[in-house]
Design a protein around this ligand. Sequence first.
Ligand code: SF4
Length: 258
Amino acid sequence: MHRPTFEGGPLSPDGPDSAALQARSKGLAAVTGEVVDCFRCPRLVAWREQAALEPPARYADESYWARPLPGWGPVDARVLMVGLAPAAHGGNRVGRIFTGDRSGDFLFAALHATGFATQPESVVPGDGLRPIDLYIAAVNRCAPPGNRPTPLERDTCLSYLVRELALLSDVRVIVALGAYAWDGILRALARGGSGSLATAVRPRPAFGHGAEVAIGPYVLLGSFHPSQQNTFTRKLTQAMLQGLLLRVRELAGLPLRP
Ligand code: SF4
């Protein structure tokens, strides 16, 4: 059976690479290699593979990636965006984060409108889409049953985010897509995303759409997750998300009109 190839990992900048940048790129590529070959959570390994064996009728003829999804974006990104986990029949199917489902469509429409993506559609790897000034990752890299990883699964997978944070040293703004990601980022920072920041996140800041908190060299910014539950009910609209992303540009020192 043909298996889709994944798209993710570090994207090299267009300009001349410095040795330091190349070293970070190599580091991120190493993390990517470990992520896509990870089998540390037996329940999630079984779930990602079961999704491939029992697809909904509309995907019955498709081969699934059915592996973990790495982070994706330029090594020198100034913004890191973190979601919960891949969707069982979205990213887990096609092999790229926030791709092949309604959440990805909604998110990339807003990212393109605000200068963070080369195009508004996120269909399949190889469709030409690239994040700009933005690295996209998730707390958990495998699709979990009911969108709910266990605390052990969360903590096991967080080691990848911790390592990415250390390598993405140009990041100034971290966007949490939902309360789960907000919590995961705080845990990753406390583990040493950029030195020991454990004391800097006490008392623990509360998640909210538009919530901002300065933590060490970063500003952490909360956004409602672009899940269908939130977008269909208009708890999160395009205007809300685009407004938040323009605030991200401002905080990251990026031009408001790219
Ligand atoms: S959730 Fe993370 S740690 Fe667990 S198997 Fe998937 S990639 Fe590995």
